[in-house]
Design a protein around this ligand. Structure first.
Ligand SMILES: N[C@@H](CCC(=O)N[C@@H](CS)C(=O)NCC(=O)O)C(=O)O
Length: 232
């Protein structure tokens, strides 16, 4: 089994929170896999990463990868959770992956100061002769994506207010527990820990990582999550 991901950036094992999430899912279920780095996902089924390759079969999308693991190995990422907790888990995952992620995406690809850092982290290894062209083309696609999705139409202040609301919800749900639903990490922790570690790891100081760093309980949770969930 081969997991195809973007090369590592910002001290994370892969250059996308969804790819690090897929690694953590495989780790938690104790499934053996190897990692292949790919910088250009245009030949992948959804033109995105991560993708899990099993023989000739390609499984795109971290959610599909989770389903595959659950169905193939009978593994439950939410062991011990009540039906209500499972419902909250689904809502948390959607908030992180379909809302908060796009705030982080705008911060990196749309805000000019951060873009200078993103450019180096994501395209620094592209041969110089093609770098300008590829970088401009990919950014154009990224900006179109966040306009279409809608997050790119909000001001920086509006996006920050939304980010703060999501983070505060996570902090409230966490309370004094080690993980979101108690002593043991589950599916929602995997999505949350990978997305927020990716956010706070960005190489330039910014409002999003500053807010995370200002919350000691959250920082302790993210460190604990890294220790418990990431590949060793
Ligand atoms: N829902 C997907 C999201 C994956 C995703 O958005 N991957 C991004 C990197 S963070 C990607 O491959 N982007 C390439 C592109 O849009 O060209 C999942 O859970 O795997």
């Amino acid at each position: 089994m081969e997991l195809i991901v973007f090369p590592p950036t910002y001290n994370e094992p892969a250059g996308s929170p969804f790819a690090t999430k897929a690694m953590c899912l495989l780790e938690m279920a104790d499934v053996k896999y190897s990692v292949t780095y790919l910088s250009n996902p245009t030949k992948m089924p959804k033109r995105k990463l991560p993708v899990l390759k099993i023989g000739d079969r390609l499984i795109p999308d971290s959610n599909e990868i989770r389903l595959y693991i659950e169905e193939t190995f009978g593994f439950d990422f939410n062991t011990g959770l009540s039906p209500k907790e499972r419902a909250i888990s689904t809502a948390v995952i959607r908030m992180i992956e379909e809302h908060l992620y796009f705030i982080v995406y705008c911060s990196r690809w749309q805000e000019d100061m951060n873009w200078e850092v993103t450019k180096v982290a994501n395209f620094g290894t592209v041969p110089v002769i093609m770098r300008g062209f590829i970088t401009r083309m990919v950014r154009k696609g990224a900006l179109a994506q966040i306009q279409g999705q809608g997050m790119g139409r909000h001001s920086k202040a509006e996006r920050f207010a939304r980010f703060k609301t999501d983070i505060d919800a996570i902090v409230a749900l966490l309370g004094d527990q080690d993980f979101l639903f108690g002593d043991v990490p589950s599916a929602a922790d995997i999505s949350t820990v990978t997305a927020l570690n990716f956010t706070r790891g960005f190489a330039a100081k910014n409002d999003l990582s500053d807010y995370i760093s200002s919350l000691p309980k959250l920082v302790a949770y993210l460190d604990r999550g890294r220790e418990a969930l990431y590949p060793k």
